[in-house]
Design a protein around this ligand. Sequence first.
Ligand SMILES: Nc1ncnc2c1ncn2[C@@H]1O[C@H](COP(=O)(O)OP(=O)(O)O)[C@@H](O)[C@H]1O
Ligand SMILES: CC(C)(COP(=O)(O)O)[C@@H](O)C(=O)NCCC(=O)O
Ligand SMILES: [K+]
Length: 242
Amino acid sequence: MLWLDLGNTRLKYWLTDDIGQIVAHDAKQHLQAPAELLMGLTDRFERYAPDFIGISSVLGDDLNVKVSETLGRLNIPFEFVHVDAAHALMKSAYNDEQLGCDRWLQMLGAVDKKKRQCVIGCGTAVTIDLIDHAEHLGGYIFPSIYLQRESLFSGTKQITISNGTFDSVGQGMTTQDAVHRGILLSIVGAINEISHRYPNFEVIMTGGDASIISQHVNRPVRLRDDLLLNGLARYFDHTKQS
Ligand SMILES: Nc1ncnc2c1ncn2[C@@H]1O[C@H](COP(=O)(O)OP(=O)(O)O)[C@@H](O)[C@H]1O
Ligand SMILES: CC(C)(COP(=O)(O)O)[C@@H](O)C(=O)NCCC(=O)O
Ligand SMILES: [K+]
């Protein structure tokens, strides 16, 4: 099988064998041209001859149509995930026409009906979602550390482009440090506040920036880079059986 995750910044793919083991995977920036990026990957995909392609995309109809055109040339059946707020594994009262399918799949990949869970996705946006015994209680969306930095650059005169690192939440004594530490604190502080409000929810983090952010969270965090893939596998396993 070939699994695709089209996020706002990167395209992730996983090729798995008959028993679900990952035989190849990668993550690449798509620069808003995911179809062209996929075109360059088709040789590699064809070598593994997957019998099905399952896709999560938050890129919108126009780009999804282009992706479909590219995948159509492979002659391998493919299908995009559609959020199902009444799924057997997890119920959600969130507006299901709006809920991002990557967010939903990450939850589906993590959900455990015996647990209370807080699933945090650290991609182009940071999302925090609460799940109580397989019931999605809703969540929050924040701009990522990079989007926050860009908005400060573009909305102010005296804060100019810099490539500092996000490595501390202590107060800064220079503009560069104050910007990076303030932004990191805004996200870490929100996560710490949520974990304070929901003390018995297990904190699970995933996405490109999870390791940067989790270091400053004052609770044990489970880092899982397989959540979305696991969600895709659970979704298509279920659709095929029903
Ligand atoms: N301006 C930027 N500079 C450096 N890295 C960036 C920038 N914007 C995004 N990234 C990186 O892109 C990755 C996006 O994470 P990912 O989970 O793939 O998100 P998405 O699913 O939204 O594409 C992160 O690792 C982040 O560090
Ligand atoms: C919140 C998101 C932007 C996160 O996307 P990502 O950072 O993974 O690229 C995406 O899930 C999305 O566009 N969601 C729609 C809005 C919502 O979930 O309510
Ligand atoms: K994502």
